[in-house]
Design a protein around this ligand. Structure first.
Ligand SMILES: *Cc1c(COP(=O)(O)O)cnc(C)c1O
Length: 499
């Protein structure tokens, strides 16, 4: 055997290398721990132009050979300028700080490397995932026939939900047994109705599923950014009259921008009366499932045909960890294909639990392990208490921003976002002043906030998912934003010196 071959084998993880495994991982853990202990900003604001040469200069064909040297390099190309979601002034997107039991789960699941497509690649892990699916379905209240599967994220969960809804609607239109592939003339008539504040992944799913370019109809929202149910009913009626088939209504429990929850009981009434698949996108709001004080905000979710949950948004889990739940487990058969080498029909007849029969993925991570250890070490109430803290924080921050003459606020959030804008400037400059404030803040690394458009104007958004963040932290960031915006407004309003 070549010497390079035998040296390479020393890197394989097996019973003969457990000491190396311990040593190498401990070094990695130690690096991360030391880096996190030293982080004093949520990011350095280093632009792509600054980092691209560093990443580009790495010669991937010339290994460093040594763990510490590789970790040093990793520091230079990534860890030094990484964006840190655990930092108290990271207030931008729906990224949560993560709980340590889940990090333990991540380390264990990747070492064991079970693949959740088939029982013969996962054994007990499949049963653990199924327990967590049942646990989540029970928290939602989906009933005894419910089922589901872990996915890579809300986008994938929504896509799969729309696939199931499409197949069910197609079957109803065509009649009789399921027809594959779906008939183009039927696909062209299918419509999905969601609110103007729904997530863009619904549009993406419609495109991937071969629906018409105008298949997604968006219903206006009310002043609090919740779906208007009178408009929903009107839209459904109009589709009927035009010979279109509404294959799904997508209600959002926690809109990405406003953190608002569509009126689920009323939406469910309309869907029940019209016989339409109700999908509830609770990618963000799912944290309420374990909230000791706010579970009632999700009332009505138990009537959904399918639900998206993102544990990596409000259960403090590392990316990725998401699931799709369905009221009627049999509908998951629309994701089933039998492959002779993997999951022959015979395996299903024998009752062998092959999760690939329910998933649009094949090889699939045991992400459920992270949630499992989180529940077994912390318990659901502790996770819910963390989510409650950020909702409390957002309530208080909203109150303060609302009372602050420098700012105006959008609809009060039911979850943990605050959408606001600097309004102490010439209205013609307000958009640019807010854009500038966000960029200047990010470039300084002092804090990260998000931006979005509301009714055509540029607004700023705080997504508060860190229970360690205090009102004082947010107040300090608001002062920085006001400072940057005021500077911009002053500078832009001053005519350039002549000459
Ligand atoms: C984030 C989000 C998604 C997409 O989830 P990913 O995990 O990012 O794929 C879908 N819907 C809503 C409401 C979201 O907030």
């Amino acid at each position: 055997m070549s010497s390079i071959g035998s040296a390479a084998r020393a890197h394989l993880f097996h019973d003969g290398t457990v000491e190396r495994y311990r040593d190498v991982l401990a070094r990695g853990v130690d690096r991360v721990a030391r880096r996190v202990a030293a982080v004093d900003r949520p990011g350095t604001g280093a632009p792509p132009e600054a980092l691209a040469p560093l990443v580009g200069a790495v010669d991937l064909d010339r290994p460093l050979g040594d763990t510490d040297a590789a970790l040093d390099e990793l520091h230079d190309v990534w860890l030094r300028d990484a964006v840190w979601f655990h930092h108290r002034r990271y207030l931008a997107h729906l990224n949560c700080p993560v709980v340590i039991p889940a990090l333990l789960g991540e380390a264990v699941l990747s070492a064991v490397n079970s693949s959740l497509d088939t029982w013969d690649q996962s054994a007990g892990a499949t049963l653990m995932e199924r327990r967590l699916i049942d646990w989540t379905a029970e928290r939602i209240g989906l009933g005894g026939a419910a089922d589901g599967v872990f996915t890579s994220g809300g986008t994938q969960s929504n896509l799969q939900a729309m696939l199931l809804a499409r197949e069910e609607a197609h079957r109803r239109v065509v009649g009789g047994a399921p027809v594959r592939p779906a008939r183009p003339e039927v696909l062209a008539r299918l419509r999905i109705v969601t609110s103007a504040a729904g997530h863009f992944s619904v549009q993406k799913a419609a495109t991937l599923l071969g629906l018409a370019a105008d298949a997604v109809l968006t219903v206006p929202t009310d002043a609090s950014r919740r779906m208007r149910t009178d408009e929903l009913a009107r839209t459904i009626d109009r589709c009927r009259r035009d010979g279109q088939v509404v294959m799904a209504v997508v209600a959002t429990a926690g809109t990405t921008d406003f953190g608002t929850i569509d009126p689920l009981p009323e939406v469910a009434d309309i869907c029940t009366a019209a016989g339409i698949w109700l999908h509830v996108d609770a990618a963000y709001g799912c944290g309420l499932l374990v909230s000791p004080t706010r579970r009632h905000l999700l009332d009505g979710i138990e009537r959904a045909a399918s639900v998206t949950v993102d544990y990596h948004k409000s259960f403090f889990q590392p990316v990725s960890s998401s699931a799709l739940l369905v009221r009627d487990g049999r509908t998951l058969r629309h994701a089933t294909w039998h492959a002779d080498y993997l999951n022959p029909a015979r395996a299903a007849e024998q009752g062998i639990p092959n999760q690939v029969d329910k998933s649009i993925q094949t090889t699939r991570r045991f992400d459920a392990c992270k949630l499992w250890l989180t529940l077994r070490i912390m318990g659901p109430d502790a996770v819910g208490a963390l989510f409650d803290q950020v909702v409390d924080l957002a309530t208080e921050v909203w109150r303060r921003v609302d009372a602050d003459p420098r700012f105006e606020v959008a609809a009060p959030a039911q979850l943990s976002t605050v959408v606001f804008r600097y309004a102490n400037a010439d209205p013609n400059l307000a958009d640019e002043a807010n854009l500038h404030a966000r960029e200047a803040l990010a470039a300084s690394g002092a804090a990260l906030v998000a931006g979005t458009r509301v009714d055509g104007a540029h607004w700023l958004k705080l997504t508060l998912l860190n229970p360690e963040t205090t009102v004082d932290d947010v107040t300090a960031v608001l002062d920085l934003i006001a400072g940057h915006a005021a500077w911009y407004a002053r500078t832009a309003a001053t005519p350039a010196p002549v000459g």
